[in-house]
Every structure is written in structure tokens, then in C-alpha cells.
Design a protein around this ligand. Structure first.
Ligand SMILES: Nc1ncnc2c1ncn2[C@@H]1O[C@H](COP(=O)(O)OP(=O)(O)OP(=O)(O)O)[C@@H](O)[C@H]1O
Ligand SMILES: [Mg+2]
Length: 541
């Protein structure tokens, strides 16, 4: 279906891909995994023709169509919803736009051209396009009342659904997606998992989400050591078997025969478990073809995320009175009264992700509240990881090296020293040459790692995080999670990562249009409490 031959990609001395030959087959769902910066997004861009490799070719079987789920979820903000979906079939959409334009300024000459275009349009079943797009949207849970709204009116999860409809429009033979679960809530992720598990065409998806990979993949494609290796099975299988392979490699004196037996036994047990589990969809037939050959211990590394405080905060951390915010006339939250004290690690939660983001933007002084006040304790200093970090990586400063980039946040002469700055970058795995690369070439996860070096440098005693795990690889998420468990200051955070919320938080604050719910308990206790659930339902109604 889709094949790659002799592909190499190199940036300066850094080799991302070295003579890769591989193919992707109909009916399979490939989960592309690899560390932040391994080259996953680059590989997808090369597959879809958005970027050229240093050498090598990509070949899509003739007559087949490929589509890509847009990673930049705000890219179509200026377009109406239905039109965004129809853009998914570029050729058809181009013809339609030309016809509309010619009609605006109708002449005899145009009439002929319109006639030609209409024939082409009809051949592509264009007259049904609008109703097809509308049906697709409705199946994806985007109500008909929203179809003519602008994309900018929708929230993050609705946008992803529309962009997914765009990618699926006209049933592409190959569907490509880069981190589709970022910006999604639990419910929409489960919905997407279900959808993909039953989608029969070829799917190629990059993700750092273990649960998602396990539910949808028939194959794992690991990018490491400049190569791409496919393994049949899901993520857990890949992970467990690569661990087993690494252990076996260490057991030098064990007989080859015994090792082989151990592997066979492992595969047998694993296949039996998968067959019994709920995930065993029709696609999971491949499981009986599992093999563990070629698995190498991986080259992944853990960053060292350590938040230190310049000074300890006093008892007064943050006081909020009667805070209210809205967006385009819709109330996001109101009547918010909160008093934070030292040691609080708060999961800030809302059913509407725009509410939590607005909350952080307000208390960090980037946005004005409609009503109410907030006051930080005099002994506090804050650092904040925003959901959208694009304003920190402006195109006009793109030529800055990472050392320059981080240096702008240093407060003293000593902090401006190159060794000092490099220390923080090194902890986040940018060492040697890597610290001198330009900030405009960073991958999604690398940008977040830069933002984390900045936060570490700031040595705040209050840390705020809006979806900290977005873009990060599993090694970074684990390191981050542990560092927050150990942090002695105050944390306010919002995450769709269940493990993160449960293991870091000791208090849950929910922002609703009708007020706040505030409880000292773990996230699981909060979510499973029947009384709270009733109260929650009532406060959003
Ligand atoms: N023009 C360039 N010059 C130098 N390095 C580049 C250039 N473009 C990309 N890179 C580097 O190539 C690497 C691969 O980037 P890519 O975006 O493909 O990573 P990724 O695997 O998708 O990572 P993530 O998990 O963080 O999204 C990164 O280290 C990036 O900094
Ligand atoms: Mg990427």
C-alpha cells in the first residue's frame, strides 16, 4: 500500500533516519513510538509529502488516497465547520471553490468554464459532498446546530472531532495521525479508540499514550537507532518483550535453548491474555504471528526534572474571591472562592477545558476576569506551564540557540553564565551540540522540555501546569510525575493523565458555571463519590 525505500534524513551531524526500508499494509494499524525528538513527526511529514527526505523515496500505490489528521488544532479557526470537513478532499474542494468564485462574477466566458468544472464535480460525486460531510460530523457527535459555526467557536475536543471528520472525509486508504489524543478528554479518547479499532484501512498513528496504543494498534513501529522496526502486537507486548530481550541478553551463561523456550512461553501467555481481553477485535488476529526477534534494548533516557525553591513560602499562598470568567457571552465559571495553603497539590478540574485554561491565564495575569479578585501571598513566586507555548517560540526569535533562549529567563549574572544555563538544558537531555540547535526546529516534546528547564531555572514555590503531559514521551512523563510527588511547594495542575492526577493531587477543585466544588481528597475518591457526582451534575445543568 505505502512503501518507503532507502530513506535517510539528517540535520547537520544528527542522523534521524539511516537507509530505512519499510512498508505499511492495508488492514493494519501502526503505532509509531520513539523518544521526544526521535523523528516521528518528521517521518509522518515525509510520508505525506510535506517534507523532503535527505535521500530516498515514498511510494503510495496508484489510485490510493492518503489523509492526515491536522496536528495543529487551531489551523482552521477562520473556516466554518462544514467547510473544514470538505477541505479533507482537496481536489473536490478546489473545484467547488472555483465554481463559487466564478458565479460571483458571472459572464458568458465563465459559463463555459463553470460547465466544465461542474462535470468534474459531478464525476467526483460532489453534489453529495455536503450531506456526506454533515452525516460524518453528526456521527462524530458534532450537532447539526454547529455545522455553520466558525471553528474558532468550538472547544479543543470538538475541534479534534471536526478535524478527524476532515481526515476521514471520502474514506482515505491511508490515515495518518500525529498525537491525536492531545487536547482530548477521557470520553473522546475512548470514542476514538473504539472508532480506530474498527476502521479497516491502513492507519499510521504517533502516540505517547499507552492505553490508546494498546487499544488500537496491530503493530508497533519503534523509531530508535535511526531505523524503524515493526513488531506485531500492541504496546504492552512490545514493552514486555523488549524488557525480556534485554534481561536475556544480560544472562550470558543461560543456554540458547532455554532462552528460546522462555520466549515461546511468554508469547503463548501473552496471546492467551489478549484473546480473552475486551480489546480482541477482529484486527487482533495478528497476535498469533507475534515474534520477538530483532528486539534491541532501547536507547531511551530519563530527563532529570527537579524543582527547587529559591525560598520557602509563608502560609498565605493564594486567595481568590468571587472570580468569574466567560467566553463570547458563555459563562465558563463563576462564584469561585478559593484559599490555597502551603503544601496543597490541587487538581484543577472542569468538564470544559476552556474554563481551566482561562483560570490559569487569569491568575497569571495574562487575561482579565469578568468579576472578582485574586491575591498571591507576598512570599510566593510562581512558575507556569501554559497549555499553548507558542508565544515562547516566536518565529522572529527562531534563530536563537537553546542556550540563548533559556538565558533570557535568567535573573542574575551568575545565572547567565553558559555553564549554569547548560546545566539546566543538560538535565532535560539537551547536551553538547544539542544545546546549540535553533529554537525553531524543536519537536513538540522538546519545546515542553525547554519550558521545563525554564521553570526549573525560576525556582518558584508555586508551580502551575496546564496539561503537562501533552507531547512528552513516557520516560519524561514518569520523571515529571515523580518530581511533582516529591516537590515541597504548592502545585496547581490540570491533566487528562489519570495516573498523574491520582498520584500528585491531595485536593480537587472543580470550576463550574455555577460555582466551585472544593475537596481535600484524591482524584479517584472525588470521581467515585456519589454525592459529589450529584452535585456536579446539578452545577453544570
Ligand atoms: N531543520 C532542522 N534542523 C535541525 N534539527 C532539526 C530540524 N528539524 C527538526 N530537527 C530535529 O529533529 C528531531 C526530530 O524532530 P521531530 O519533530 O520529528 O521529533 P518527534 O519524534 O516527533 O518528537 P516529539 O515526540 O517531541 O513530537 C528533533 O530533535 C528536532 O529538533
Ligand atoms: Mg512530534
Amino acid at each position: 500500500m505505502l512503501s518507503v525505500s532507502n530513506l535517510s534524513v539528517q540535520f547537520g551531524k544528527r542522523v534521524l533516519f539511516d537507509d530505512v526500508n519499510t512498508k505499511f499494509v492495508t488492514g493494519n494499524c501502526y503505532g509509531i513510538i520513539g523518544a521526544n525528538g526521535a523523528g516521528k513527526s518528521t517521518f509522518l511529514k515525509i510520508l505525506s509529502g510535506k517534507q523532503d527526505p535527505t535521500s530516498g523515496q515514498v511510494h503510495l500505490e496508484s489510485g490510493k488516497r492518503m489523509s492526515v489528521l491536522e496536528q495543529e488544532h487551531n489551523a482552521y479557526d477562520e473556516y466554518p465547520v462544514l467547510e473544514t470537513v470538505m477541505c479533507g478532499n482537496k481536489e473536490l474542494f478546489g473545484i467547488k471553490s472555483e465554481i463559487d468564485k466564478l458565479y460571483e462574477d458571472y459572464t458568458d466566458e465563465n459559463a463555459e468554464r463553470i460547465g466544465e468544472l461542474q462535470v468534474a464535480f459531478e464525476e467526483m460525486n460532489g453534489w453529495n459532498a455536503e450531506s456526506d460531510a454533515a452525516a460524518l460530523l453528526s456521527n462524530l457527535g458534532i450537532d447539526a446546530s454547529l455545522h455553520y459555526n466558525m471553528m474558532s467557536d468550538l472547544d479543543g475536543k470538538q475541534k479534534v472531532r471536526v478535524l478527524l471528520a476532515q481526515a476521514l472525509f471520502g474514506s482515505p486508504d491511508v490515515l495518518i495521525m500525529d498525537e491525536p489524543t492531545n487536547d482530548l478528554d477521557y470520553e473522546t479518547i475512548s470514542w476514538l479508540e473504539n472508532f480506530l479499532a474498527n476502521y479497516d484501512n491502513c492507519v499510521i498513528v504517533v502516540s505517547h499514550d499507552r492505553h490508546f496504543l494498546d487499544s488500537v494498534c496491530t503493530h508497533i513501529s519503534d523509531i530508535d537507532f535511526g531505523k524503524i522496526n515493526h513488531f506485531s502486537g500492541n504496546y504492552t507486548f512490545w514493552y514486555e518483550s523488549s524488557q525480556l530481550a534485554a534481561r536475556q541478553r544480560a544472562q550470558q551463561n543461560k543456554k540458547a535453548e532455554d532462552k528460546k523456550k522462555e520466549l515461546e512461553e511468554f508469547i503463548r501467555r501473552f496471546s492467551a491474555n489478549v484473546a480473552k481481553s475486551k480489546q480482541a477485535t477482529s484486527r487482533k488476529k495478528m497476535i498469533d504471528k507475534l515474534d520477538v526477534s530483532n528486539i534491541k534494548p532501547s536507547s531511551r533516557r530519563y530527563p532529570a526534572i527537579i524543582f527547587e525553591r529559591e525560598r520557602e513560602a509563608g502560609d498565605q499562598i493564594l486567595n481568590i474571591e468571587n472570580l468569574e470568567a466567560s467566553l463570547d457571552g458563555e459563562t465558563l465559571f463563576s462564584k469561585i472562592n478559593i484559599n490555597l495553603t502551603k503544601g496543597d497539590k490541587v487538581v484543577v478540574f472542569s468538564r470544559d477545558s476552556r474554563a481551566t485554561t482561562a483560570f490559569y491565564e487569569i491568575i497569571n495575569g495574562n487575561k482579565k476576569a469578568d468579576k472578582g479578585e485574586y491575591a498571591w501571598g507576598v512570599t510566593t513566586n510562581q512558575s507556569y506551564l501554559p497549555l499553548d507555548n507558542s508565544s515562547f517560540f516566536k518565529e522572529e526569535n527562531g534563530e536563537d540557540t537553546l542556550v540563548d533562549w533559556l538565558r533570557q529567563y535568567a535573573k542574575t549574572e551568575e545565572e547567565r553564565e553558559e555553564v549554569y544555563i547548560r546545566g539546566f538544558l543538560g538535565k532535560m537531555l539537551f547536551s553538547g551540540e544539542e544545546a546549540l540547535k535553533k529554537s525553531n526546529v524543536l519537536s513538540g516534546g522538546e519545546k515542553v522540555r525547554c519550558m521545563l528547564s525554564r521553570m526549573m531555572l525560576m525556582r518558584a514555590n508555586v508551580v502551575m501546569l496546564d496539561e503537562p503531559t501533552n507531547h512528552l514521551d513516557l520516560e519524561s512523563i514518569t520523571a515529571f510525575n515523580n518530581s511533582l510527588k516529591n516537590f515541597k511547594g504548592t502545585v496547581l495542575f490540570t491533566t487528562h493523565d489519570h495516573e498523574f492526577a491520582q498520584t500528585v493531587g491531595n485536593r480537587v477543585i472543580e470550576l463550574t458555571p455555577k460555582g466551585v466544588i472544593d475537596r481535600y481528597m484524591t482524584f479517584d475518591e472525588y470521581m467515585s463519590d456519589k454525592k459529589i457526582k450529584e452535585q456536579r451534575d446539578e452545577m453544570y445543568s
